[in-house]
Design a protein around this ligand. Structure first.
Ligand SMILES: NC(=O)c1ccc[n+]([C@@H]2O[C@H](COP(=O)([O-])OP(=O)(O)OC[C@H]3O[C@@H](n4cnc5c(N)ncnc54)[C@H](OP(=O)(O)O)[C@@H]3O)[C@@H](O)[C@H]2O)c1
Length: 329
């Protein structure tokens, strides 16, 4: 199946990609590798050409290894994106990256001296000789972004990496990094219930950098199907998913669900199509372990929303002020 494509700073990918984080145990509860592999293969068969991973998803490169297995024999059908610095190597210092989720901070390390080692491990995990899009997962609070990016530029020169990406950065960091090496994509949390930072978006547009929207379905909320999350689900750390707030948010979201029904699409499809209409260089990367959901999500790349419909959505979103903190940072 072929989907419409978009360019991330010169890197062509399907307009909607696939976020593979959901396929490793420990994020959305348990999952077995058979189910995960079936989901991944389905995503590729259904036209997703951008597969997003990280060396920090699952234990010991689990997520990357799963992808490596799935793309064996069909490597050229996909653009492999992965991230580093979220699994601090033994003996390296853990640097605290503050976040709004209840655990308060993450441990990261994006010191240049570790970057080649991260990449070589990811290449082994992925069973490939090149990473198409490589991101520091988080800007390291004690390392200038220029230094981290300088180390990735060396990997580009060596042919191990094709394109540089940045994840969870601000506009100033994007500009500083781009001056060291062209940035193809910036990955940021962006969905109907979590606006992207306006300065970051403006800077990406100015510099010709693509925008990869993470958690584009609001970690599942925007599908309208999440009424409870268990303690083993990482969403229990997101204040917006507290039982009481979640119920209130589902009530507030009703007008958007009704609008989706009126248009004849699912609420999740409306959320993805709305994102695609925000900017020609945005590529959402929804994650799912369910083949039917994956097809539904990817098909949103073909939905055209008219100006009046977009205006009605924006009116509804102005009224939809979710209860509780929802942004990672
Ligand atoms: N750079 C970063 O720091 C960062 C942070 C978070 C995420 N990400 C990236 O963004 C990707 C996506 O984010 P995410 O997984 O957090 O959130 P998401 O894509 O917004 O939502 C995923 C959730 O939505 C559900 N879902 C998906 N499609 C559905 C459908 N059609 N109907 C009903 N439920 C549906 C999934 O459940 P089912 O499995 O049941 O479909 C899953 O629970 C990740 O895989 C990762 O690659 C990056």
């Amino acid at each position: 199946m072929t989907l419409p494509t978009r360019s991330l700073g010169g890197l062509d990918v399907s307009a909607i990609g696939f976020g593979a984080m959901v396929l490793s145990p420990g994020m959305y509860g348990e999952i077995d590798d058979r189910t995960a592999a079936a989901a991944l293969n389905h995503a590729i068969d259904a036209g997703a050409t951008l597969i997003d991973s990280s060396d920090g998803y699952g234990a010991d490169g689990h997520n990357e290894k799963l992808i490596g297995e799935a793309v064996r024999g069909r490597r050229d059908e996909v653009v492999l994106a992965t991230k580093f610095g979220f699994r601090v190597p033994e003996g390296a210092e853990a640097h605290a990256f503050p976040v709004n989720y209840s655990f308060g901070e993450l441990a990261v390390n994006a010191e240049p001296r570790y970057v080649r080692g991260y990449a070589e491990q990811s290449l082994r995990n992925l069973g490939t000789d090149r990473i198409d899009l490589y991101y520091p997962h988080f800007p390291d609070p004690v390392v200038p972004i220029e230094d981290t990016v300088g180390a990735v530029a060396e990997l580009v020169e060596a042919g191990l990496v094709r394109h540089l990406g940045l994840s969870n950065v601000d506009a100033g960091q994007l500009r500083a990094a781009h001056a060291v090496h062209p940035v193809s994509a910036v990955q940021a949390q962006w969905s109907m219930w979590q606006p992207i930072d306006a300065d970051l978006l403006a800077t990406a547009r100015e510099l010709g950098v693509g925008v990869v929207a993470w958690s584009p379905l609001g970690s599942g909320f925007l599908t309208g199907k999440v009424s409870t999350v268990s303690a083993s689900d990482f969403r229990s750390n997101i204040p917006r998913f507290d039982a009481e707030k979640l119920a209130a948010n589902n009530d507030k979201y009703a007008p958007v669900r009704a609008l989706a029904a009126e248009i004849g699409v699912s609420p999740g499809q409306l959320a993805l199509a709305w994102l695609l209409h925000q900017d020609p260089a945005v590529v959402p990367i929804p994650g799912s372990r369910t083949p039917a959901h994956i097809t539904e999500n990817l098909e949103a790349a073909r939905i055209a929303l008219t100006g009046p419909t977009l205006a009605r959505i924006d009116d509804a979103l102005r009224e939809f002020a979710p209860a509780g903190e929802g942004s990672l940072r």
